[in-house]
Design a protein around this ligand. Sequence first.
Ligand code: ZN
Length: 250
Amino acid sequence: MQITQKTLDALWLAGFAIWKALDAYAGVIWLLRRDGRDFDPAFVSTLHGQAAADAAFDRALGHVHDMLAAASAADFDWPADVPAPGQTITDRNQAAARDFAYIAGAYVLLHELGHRRLADCRIEYALREERLCDAYARGILLDGTETYAASQGYPEEMVRAKRLLGILLAKLLIITLTPRDRWTVSPDHEPVRRRLFRVLRYAKEPLPIWFWDTAAAMLAAFARHHGVLNVAIPFRSSRELAFAICRAFS
Ligand SMILES: [Zn+2]
C-alpha cells in the first residue's frame, strides 16, 4: 500500500466506518450468544433495522473507496458525519474511532518501513518478505504495550486490545482493496484468510471483555459487505465466531 495523504485520510474514514460495523453487529452477536443461537446471516438480515445498519456501513466504506479514487484528498467531498482529521474530538466513540484509524495507519506505515529496511537484504521470496514486514509492524505496536500503558496509567490489556483491533482494521481494509481473484492465490501475498487468522492468533488473554465482541462484529460487517457470509455459524463465544468468520474470507 502506498502512503499518501489520500491513503491516510482513507484510513481515517475506515476508523469511523468501524463504528457503523459495531452498530450493525455488536448487539446482534451479543443477543445471539446469550440465546445460544447460530449466527445465521439469512436470519440476521431479517432483523428490524439490520438492512439500514448494513447500508450505513456500506456507505461508510464507500467513502473510503471514493477517497482513494479521488484525484487528490482535496477533491473528496468530506462526509458530514465524520470529523475531519485534525479536528478536536470530544465524543468518546469518535475518540475510539480516531485511535483505531491512527493504529491502522501506523501499522501500514511500519509495514512499508519494514520493506525499506529489508531492501538491502535481497529476500528472494516475496511471501517471506511480506510476513517479515507484518511481524516488524506488529512487533513495534504490540511488544511495548506494557511500558506504554504503565507510563500513561492505562490498563495494559486495554492498550493491547485497541492496537490489535487497529491492526485488524488495517488488514480488513487491505483485503477490501484487494481484487477478489487475488484473495486466495497471489504471487506475493498469503491468502487473506490466513492473514486475518494471524492477527487473531496474537490476541492473547487477558483481554477486556469487549475485545472479541468488537473483533467479531468488525469481521461480520466486512464479510457481509463482501458477500462471503453464506451459511449459519454455530458459536459459543465471540472468539469462536471471529475465527469462523475469518474462514469465510476465501
Ligand atoms: Zn508489503
